[in-house]
Design a protein around this ligand. Structure first.
Ligand SMILES: [Zn+2]
Length: 401
């Protein structure tokens, strides 16, 4: 991609001046050089004049979409390039085309060091660089500065940041934060002592762990160890207007509201999420929460304001908080939510955060729709999303909101 190469410092678009080329080469396919090439077909992959004209045009436009379909070699420098190479273009009469790098090499040309025509295409190279960076972050204890990551990849920090984000979906910093949270989860499952888990995960002190991971996990670390061991989770499965609903809660608040069809499948899903927790029947306070969920699904007249005990990354929680501000009966697009939380570029991450919500309706991810207003996906089925929105609009029309 041309835009990708122009931010590499060595690739200066200013040196590329198509106007410096004879204007005729673009519009007259039968210029002398092309006719000469046609008259002297060269072995080793050199091609027919019509194809050459199109290829030369691609070179003048630095058309990255043609990368990988041919290379061009310059007699005067002995170098061959990709069509998208940012080097100062050669004169047409000095250029030869080859179908493949090997053919250019066989004809005595060497690969340009700027566009690396002998290496995989730019997108693949970028992906490899990003994978290397991810691996380095996975090995690191306390993260790696953007400058260092970029230097290792041979890109400017700004360019590297853009490439990383385009490939992974989040910035290197956010990626490392997620890694550390995941490590904390894994370490808590495997390590007998919570303090060991904290240091294993690369958090400098336990207070920092409780500040970051404690918030991210939504349960105190001791309780989260071993799939909720020591945690009592009250739960029930009830028929509702949308099929079946499972409601579950810790001492701190509701941790699951999930729709489904088969009660058994919902119960199994809860057990898989908290394999070590003690699942117990609901007490009266819990029954009251369940009653509010059922009433909301039946006729969503007011906000479902339940205490929640949900686990999520800082970003997910930010999204979930934002969703709770969308008024009942209204919708917002993923892009609007992304803008509302100050990350306008993160619409896809917002969609992912909506999809990982485990407390249906209490965190109203059903109110987030595509930019064109169409419902898009829902963790518990698009039909339920449409029905919830219909019920909210209908309840709003009652005038007793
Ligand atoms: Zn080149």
């Amino acid at each position: 991609m041309r835009s990708a190469s122009t931010s590499v410092p060595i690739a200066s678009p200013a040196t590329h001046a198509p106007a410096a080329m004879p204007a005729s080469t673009r519009s007259r396919p039968t210029d002398p050089a092309t006719r000469a090439a046609a008259a002297r077909p060269t072995p080793g992959g050199a091609t027919a004049p019509d194809a050459d004209t199109s290829r030369w045009d691609a070179v003048l436009r630095r058309d990255a979409s043609r990368d990988g379909t041919f290379v061009y070699a310059v007699r005067t420098t002995g170098v061959y390039c990709r069509p998208s190479c940012a080097s100062r273009p050669a004169r047409r009469e000095n250029v030869r085309f080859f179908d493949a790098p090997e053919a250019a090499v066989a004809a005595g040309f060497r690969a340009c060091r700027r566009c690396r025509p002998d290496a995989p295409p730019l997108a693949e190279r970028h992906r490899a660089l990003v994978l290397d960076a991810c691996a380095a972050l996975e090995r690191s204890e306390s993260g790696i500065a953007l400058d260092a990551l970029a230097a290792a990849a041979g890109l400017t920090p700004r360019h590297f940041h853009r490439v990383f984000k385009a490939t992974v979906g989040v910035s290197p910093k956010a990626y490392f934060a997620a890694l550390r949270t995941r490590r904390a989860h894994a370490a808590l499952q495997a390590t007998p002592r919570v303090t060991d888990a904290i240091y294993d995960a690369g958090f400098g002190s336990s207070s920092r762990f409780y500040g970051e991971a404690g918030h991210a996990l939504g349960m105190s670390p001791s309780a989260f160890r071993a799939g909720g061991a020591g945690q009592r989770i009250r739960w029930t499965v009830e028929p509702c207007a949308l099929g079946t609903v499972l409601v579950a809660a810790t001492e701190r608040g509701v941790c699951a509201i999930e729709f489904g069809d088969a009660p058994q499948a919902l119960a199994e899903r809860l057990r898989a999420r908290f394999p070590q927790a003690t699942l117990v029947d609901g007490n009266p306070a819990f029954r009251e929460w369940v009653g509010r969920v059922l009433a909301f699904v039946e006729r969503p007249r007011e906000a479902l304001d339940l205490p929640l005990d949900v686990r999520g990354t800082a970003f997910q929680r930010l999204v979930w908080e934002a969703l709770r501000t969308i008024p009942r009966g209204r919708t917002a697009s993923y892009a609007e939510v992304a803008r509302a939380i100050g990350h306008p570029e993160a619409a896809r991450a917002v969609a992912a955060a909506c999809a990982s919500n485990t407390v249906a309706v209490a965190i109203p991810c059903h109110r987030v729709v595509r930019g064109d207003g169409s419902p898009s996906g829902y963790r518990w089925g698009a039909a339920r999303k449409v029905e919830l929105l219909r019920r909210e609009r209908e309840a709003g029309d009652d005038g007793d909101a």
